[in-house]
Design a protein around this ligand. Structure first.
Ligand code: GAP
Length: 433
């Protein structure tokens, strides 16, 4: 097993169409990345797995898709306008900017020049709504999906007729004008979040915080990330966000060190209370059992779809030797792999391509499947190994005689023969539904 370097993962992503440098033909734009055909499938599978676990398979969570640009007062009430800042320093000599908390000492890490005093820099992207660019029309791109959930609390409560405890889930793009983005997909200026706001009775919050911490750690293992590369790290008091009573990060051992995949925070009743005060609208909950009205507490597991995608790529990357030949293989869990299978005719004659095409058409009604008839069969296997396709299906002369095909396993590289009409069920069973 070869430990993945960031360089090998970045190269594979570019070469095979997972992730491209953003705006490449214009020389690129710092920390802006574009997902290619395979990356889109991988990230979509991540978001689907999250939605399945958080919304579809539960009866206490519903979904929401709020706007990216909201009323600017949202950010005033939430505390983001005043407090969503990072300390910034400038180098007086080379003019580069750094996050003050990422710099050791008082000299520029690039040129050794003198640094300015640190000042607070707000991470929200500013824009204008409508054609007039003045202060009355300023708006912000959301830096988290969560606020869209809080301002819709009443709407969801009244229409979905929910009782505590219950959750509202969102998956969507968020934007932060990060001072030092980097490490490929890890820290970019636009990214996708998968956030659950889980509303509970005050007093039950500690217990739900424990529950969600455990659930969320298990989810990463369930999508195939190695357990020994995952850990929980509770925040120190001075690291807590302005709204949080407690927070624990799920971290992954990236090549650049242990880093956050997700934060699970106890946001208390901070947000509902603040929006209630600022808007003058009642955002309390009436508890029929207790016959009292209160602001629910919120437990928030907040994950990143891009960071999870990066962790999956790094975790799955491997190089090994097959029959004396080295190969790159992505050992992705079949649930998240971009293609579940690839179909190959052994020869481009004797009716094999037509037969293989028929199998491919039947399979892709159920799964994302690839078809490849170019090059030697060994090369075709390698191409699929490299993008994580767990199963290879080959049509050969025996198929034409007895209707069986070979089914090759990406990791073990073993092959079995099975009747072609059992393929859909066999693959469904192997990928777990
Ligand atoms: N609503 C709470 C919240 O936004 P956060 O820890 O700031 O909490 C949640 O963000 C998750 O969003 C992070 O754990 C990470 O996965 C993802 N995330 C945050 N900033 C990011 C960035 N600049 N690039 C990529 N993902 C990011």
């Amino acid at each position: 097993m070869a430990a993945a370097s960031m360089e090998s993962v970045v190269n594979l992503c570019k070469r095979r169409g997972f992730v491209f440098p953003g705006s490449e033909i214009y020389g690129g734009l710092g920390a802006s990345l574009d997902y290619g055909p395979l990356g889109v499938e991988l990230k979509r599978n991540v978001k689907d797995a999250w939605w399945q676990a958080i919304v579809t398979r539960r009866d206490d969570v519903v979904g929401l898709d709020a706007a990216v640009v909201m009323h600017p007062r949202v950010w005033e009430a939430s505390g983001h306008l005043a407090g969503f800042t990072d300390p910034l320093v400038d180098c007086k000599r080379c003019k580069q900017r750094f996050r003050a908390d990422h710099v050791q000492g008082t000299a520029c890490p690039e040129c050794g020049g003198e640094l300015t005093e640190s000042r607070q820099f707000n991470l929200m992207f500013k824009t204008f709504v409508g054609p007039v660019e003045d202060t009355a029309h300023v708006a912000y791109l959301r830096p988290e999906t969560a606020q869209g959930t809080f301002i819709n609390f009443r709407n969801v409560l009244e229409t979905a007729r929910l009782k505590l405890p219950f959750g509202i889930a969102q998956v969507g793009r968020s934007f932060r004008n990060e001072i030092t983005p980097g490490n490929f997909l890890f820290r970019t200026r636009e990214f996708e979040q998968m956030e659950l706001e889980f509303f509970v009775r005050p007093g039950d919050d500690d217990q739900w915080y424990e529950y969600w911490t455990h659930e969320r750690l298990e989810w990463y293992a369930a999508i195939g990330i190695k357990r020994e590369k995952l850990r929980l790290r509770p925040h120190e008091k001075d690291e807590l966000a302005h709204y949080a009573k407690g927070c624990v990060d799920v971290e992954y051992a990236f090549p650049f060190g242990w880093s956050e995949l997700e934060g699970i925070a106890n946001r208390t009743d901070f947000d509902l209370r603040r929006h209630s005060e600022a808007s003058g609208k009642d955002l309390t909950y009436y508890d029929e059992e207790r016959r009292e009205r209160y602001f629910p507490y919120v437990i928030e597991p907040a994950a990143g779809a891009d960071r999870t995608t990066l962790a999956l790529l790094v975790d799955a990357y491997d190089e090994d030797q097959i029959e004396g030949e080295s190969r790159i293989v992505l050992r992705l869990h079949p649930r998240v792999a971009p293609y579940k299978a690839a179909v190959f005719p052994l020869l481009r004659k004797d009716g094999q391509p037509e037969r293989a095409r028929r199998i491919y058409d039947a399979l892709r009604r159920r799964f994302a499947v690839d078809y490849d008839q170019a090059g030697s069969i060994g090369r075709r296997y390698r191409r699929q190994d490299e993008v994580g396709t767990p199963y290879g299906i080959t049509v050969d002369h025996d198929t034409m005689k007895d209707g069986t095909v070979t089914l090759r396993d990406r990791d073990a590289t073993t092959q079995v023969r099975i009747p072609e009409d059992r393929l859909v069920d066999e693959i469904a069973t192997r990928i777990g539904g």
